[in-house]
Design a protein around this ligand. Structure first.
Ligand code: ASP
Length: 329
């Protein structure tokens, strides 16, 4: 692994100037402290729904369970909550009123599985795991993913709740496609876990952008964009505007930066800054990254304020606001 000085040299070469993360948030100090305290096992996940997901994951991790089981079962509880309108059952539909789900999962040995544009199935993360474990493929999409799920014992469920229909009908009055920043119209759960044996895993699951075009798939089921795990280095996941994350191969970039010597925090800040650099119009372009290295150090960063993540270790269970790189204009 390269030294920190190599990393800075590398970034300077890549950008033409020294990368100085513009840390604006007061919580940075708290975050740094958390980094120093973090020990395995550990679980982190995006947004406040991460708190209850982490509880499930933590129960597995603290009893010596695997990072992979924790990452799958942790996010399932959010998928199965009909009151959560951005993941699993209860997710907001696309423009035409259809709910479609995206998810992926990855372990420390680079085994991975994903489903995209999956309809009628409450727990896409578990279907993704089955794709990983039972097929020679990484991703199944649409009708093929549904057929595979049904063949593997998953049951058809109506994912469209009354509340989601009510909101969608409201939206139809204007039919304006304008993602609202930090509002629950796009709040994936991404989870990163490190177990007692030192193995990493991650999961990512979402109903995607509310009122998206039918057929749209975001970053969340794409290995390297919404999630990436390298058992020798670390793991990263993303939330926010998926198109922006895909454009920079977000999660894989963050893991590569860590491989080059960046801390998880530096890597997340740099990932966010790349997104900022590549987009002329940042209006409503919120993206948040989470990272966890093999030693249990944590990083989190977003374009704008408002992205938070949940952490659970043996001595800490809380929601932390991530650092951010841009002030609201
Ligand atoms: N990244 C997800 C997507 O673009 C949405 C989100 O995380 O808010 O589908």
């Amino acid at each position: 692994m390269g030294s920190r000085r190599d990393f800075i040299k590398l970034s300077a070469m890549a950008t033409g100037s020294l990368m100085v993360p513009n840390i604006l948030h007061a919580n940075h100090r708290a975050l740094t402290k958390t980094n120093n305290l973090a020990k395995k096992p550990i679980v982190i996940s995006t947004w406040n729904h991460g708190l209850k997901a982490n509880k499930v994951a933590w129960d597995i991790l603290k009893n010596g369970g695997s990072a992979l089981d924790a990452a799958e079962l942790g996010v399932r509880i959010v998928e199965s909550d009909p009151n959560n309108m951005s993941v699993g059952i209860g997710g907001r539909p696309d423009r035409d009123g259809t709910v479609s789900l995206d998810a992926c999962i990855m372990d420390h040995q680079s085994n991975c599985g994903a489903v995209a544009y999956l309809q009628h199935i409450e727990n896409p993360i578990s279907v993704a795991r089955k794709v990983m474990e039972k097929t020679p493929h990484v991703m199944l999409a649409g009708d093929g993913a549904l057929q595979f799920a049904l063949e593997n014992g998953f049951k058809k469920t109506n994912l469209l709740t009354k509340e989601a229909v009510r909101e969608w009908k409201e939206w139809l009055k204007q039919s304006e496609y304008k993602p609202k920043i930090n509002v629950e119209n796009h709040d994936t759960i991404g989870m990163l876990t490190l177990d007692a044996e030192g193995n990493l895993a991650g999961s990512c699951t979402t109903s995607g952008m509310a009122y998206k075009l039918p057929g749209r798939v975001g970053d969340s089921p794409i290995i390297g964009a919404g999630l990436f795990v390298d058992g020798d280095v670390g793991a990263a996941c993303a939330t926010g505007v998926g198109e922006a994350v895909i454009r920079i191969a977000g999660s894989s970039i963050i893991v590569e930066l860590m491989r080059s010597g960046a801390t998880p925090q530096e890597a997340c800040d740099e990932g966010v800054n790349r997104i900022i650099k590549k987009h002329k119009n940042l209006n409503n372009l919120q993206v948040g990254f989470l990272a966890l290295d093999k030693a249990g150090n944590v990083g989190a960063s977003s374009v704008f304020a408002g992205f938070d993540y949940a952490i659970h270790t043996s001595n800490k269970e809380e929601l932390i606001e991530a650092t951010f790189q841009k002030q609201w204009e």
